[in-house]
Design a protein around this ligand. Structure first.
Ligand SMILES: [Zn+2]
Length: 384
């Protein structure tokens, strides 16, 4: 049975595809890589203007280095909030929207961050606007718009954790998966940078006097990759390396970056200890190494509460005529890990459906903007 506000909200959202697309076009065309505070804040300013035009107040949680966090809350009796979440930063270098602006080709929209996750932000904005206008939510609906997810949320992590702890449930609007799928579990990851010091020497005249940091890096890379245990969800990838001075010099330095992925916090601790042991060991005598953790996401561990929240969300999708629904586990990391680790039932990837994130082929399935917004609205409205 339709609750107060529900019919009006579905109908209003049903008429918003054009308005959603034009806000999306504006957001995609604002440059905003994670380290571009001014750009990420400009995306925030546009979101704030939209919300304020719908009489929704926005609060800023300011930061000097990374994009500010924005918080907007609408309606509902004053108990624990229903939390919506999304990030405004993209992975792309400065100037990307100028080179590759928003465009529509057939059923798909393209442009940097079009799926990951500016369409999710647009969806959250319109769901807030609908609830502001028609009411019906069983609790306040609070949306956070953060600005540093793609680099591990160095500023926003504690903001997300504090808000999640106070919330009853959390929906993160990362790009949705095909059909009715959303994400109930994610791996955690640790980004590690390591630097090796050797000793320079002329490779022709004083070969024996040199200590090759590159040789050491090669040993360490093999050892790191050997720690991977894909059947159990643990992987290590040395994704970036550099080193050396010239071709005729024994390399005095080398460095690399490792992405460690895992399913459980215990796997993280055990594997990180092994990584530290590899760094402490000198395969080439005379080298030394140090490591630094440059970013980290905690896993979104699958829980009964998270699964139940997905079933609740999927029931709304089914009411909208989406017959196939599934919950997924993914190796990708996101802010939803911080929310779920705070003990709050959380589901992720409830945003409009898209793919090929972080690539020039990134796309959004345009016709999923409205139904995904309606599904999220239903999930919010029908919480007990
Ligand atoms: Zn994302």
């Amino acid at each position: 049975m339709a609750k107060n506000g529900e019919g009006e909200i579905l109908e209003w959202l049903g008429a918003q595809q054009g308005a959603m697309l034009s806000l999306l076009e504006e957001l995609v065309n604002i440059d905003g890589g994670s380290y571009d505070k001014a750009g990420v804040d400009a995306v925030g300013a546009r979101i704030r203007a939209f919300l304020e035009s719908h009489e929704i107040a926005c609060e800023t949680i300011a930061n000097e280095t990374y994009g500010d966090a924005l918080r907007a809350t609408v309606g509902g009796p004053s108990n624990a909030a229903i939390m919506l979440m999304g990030h405004r930063d993209t992975v792309f270098p400065k100037g990307e929207p100028t080179r590759r602006p928003f465009r529509i080709d057939g059923d798909r929209a393209y442009g940097p961050g079009v799926a990951d996750m500016k369409s999710g932000l647009v969806m959250n904005c319109f769901v807030l606007a609908a609830i502001k206008q028609f009411g019906g939510a069983p609790a306040p609906v609070m949306a956070l718009f953060t600005g540093d997810e793609e680099i591990g949320s160095p500023f926003s992590r504690p903001v997300i954790e504090a808000h999640a702890r106070a919330a009853r449930v959390c929906f993160n609007s990362e790009p949705g998966r095909a059909r009715g799928a959303a994400v109930t579990g994610r791996k955690g990851c640790v980004f590690i940078r390591f630097e090796i010091t050797g000793k320079a020497a002329h490779s022709g005249v004083n070969f024996e006097m040199g200590i090759s940091a590159i040789n050491e890096l090669a040993h360490k890379t093999l050892a790191l990759h050997a720690l991977s245990d894909p059947p159990n969800g643990v992987t290590l990838n040395v994704g970036v390396v550099s080193g050396g001075q010239t071709v005729n010099t024994i390399a005095p330095w080398a460095k690399g970056e490792v992405d460690l992925r895992f399913i459980t916090p215990a796997q993280r601790d055990a594997t990180l200890a092994k990584v530290e042991a590899i760094m402490a060991k000198s395969y080439v005598p005379g080298t030394s190494a140090k490591l630094e953790i440059t970013g980290e996401f905690v896993p979104m561990v699958e829980t009964a509460e998270g699964k139940a929240l997905y079933e609740h969300y999927a029931a709304g999708l089914k009411a909208l005529g989406v017959t196939e629904t599934t919950s997924l586990f993914t190796g990708g990391c996101a802010d939803s890990g911080f929310a779920s680790a705070a003990g709050t039932p959380t589901i992720c990837a409830v945003g409009p459906v898209g793919g090929r994130a972080h690539s020039p082929d990134e796309y959004l399935e345009i016709e999923t903007l409205v139904p995904r917004a309606q599904a999220l609205a239903l999930a919010v409205l029908r919480l007990p």
